[in-house]
Design a protein around this ligand. Structure first.
Ligand SMILES: NC(=O)c1ccc[n+]([C@@H]2O[C@H](COP(=O)([O-])OP(=O)(O)OC[C@H]3O[C@@H](n4cnc5c(N)ncnc54)[C@H](OP(=O)(O)O)[C@@H]3O)[C@@H](O)[C@H]2O)c1
Length: 235
């Protein structure tokens, strides 16, 4: 039985990851703004309501929740997809909100894990646009590129913990699907390209993601890994 920490479990990848781990007999400590309804009061779930972009809440409440625990793995999943804009139309406020959740919230979570727990593996969910920039995805791309760098730096500084930034396959989650509904597809061709790609339903994608979370432990700590390239030796 493993003990897993996950941020962001009310919907999407985080919810199904929590469900799958629990189905396999693991124990899940989860934080997020809302509890996953499918797991309400499950004996293998400890849930704490937490807005991880609220720095004070993370510093005080998260410490209380995780102090002296041992985690086999922490999955930094919570994230946001900002609206598509050219850089000149992207306001600093939008950029700050995106960076707060997609980067700085994870920095604070990692600091709490390193200070108050024994955690073997820390994985942040990243995305391919952090490497291959496409027009309109500036806010998201910058935040995920910064996340990859953050993970690399922690890996250098904490060699006793295995770190990775993992770009999952394209997965049908409510937020990702809403993002793809954007009527900006003429301006931003990447939207149509993603619509035309293989987008896996959550039930198929998450078991493969769980295998990938095991597999990346064999790669160099601090790596950014695209799940679609795992097993091809070219990540
Ligand atoms: N889906 C894909 O194809 C795909 C592809 C590449 C990368 N990713 C990455 O995978 C991760 C999950 O994506 P997803 O599609 O599953 O997204 P999602 O359905 O929007 O889920 C995001 C989760 O994060 C939580 N969350 C949002 N803001 C939060 C906050 N301030 N504090 C705490 N929790 C918060 C949400 O729960 P609450 O609202 O209850 O807080 C939700 O459970 C993201 O980092 C995303 O960038 C996804």
């Amino acid at each position: 039985m493993k003990t897993i920490f996950i941020s962001g479990v009310s919907s999407g990848i985080g919810r199904v990851l929590a469900e799958e781990h629990i189905r396999q007999g693991d124990y899940v400590f989860a934080v997020g703004r809302h509890e996953p309804k499918s797991l309400l009061s499950h004996p293998n779930l400890s849930f704490m309501p937490l807005d991880i972009s609220d720095a004070d809440m993370v510093r005080v409440d998260l410490r209380e929740f995780i102090i002296n625990r041992t985690f086999d793995r922490a999955i930094l999943n919570a994230g946001t997809y900002p609206e598509m804009h050219n850089m000149t139309d992207l306001t600093l406020e939008e950029m700050r909100n995106t960076m707060n959740l997609n980067v700085w919230a994870h920095k604070q979570t990692i600091d709490a894990l390193l200070s108050h727990t024994q955690t073997q593996q820390i994985v942040a969910l990243s995305a391919s646009p952090s490497l291959f920039y496409r027009k309109g995805m500036g806010g998201y791309a910058i935040s995920k590129a910064a996340l990859n760098t953050l993970i690399q730096i922690y890996a250098e500084e904490y060699p006793g913990v295995h770190f990775s930034a993992l770009a999952p396959l394209l997965i049908q989650t409510p937020t990702f699907s809403a993002f793809l509904q954007s009527d900006n597809s003429r301006r931003y061709p990447i939207i149509q390209e993603i619509r035309d790609s293989v987008i896996l339903p959550l039930g198929q994608a998450v078991p493969r993601l769980m295998d990938a979370l095991e597999e990346i432990k064999r790669l160099k700590s601090g790596s950014f890994v695209e799940m679609k390239k795992l097993g091809q030796g070219n990540h």
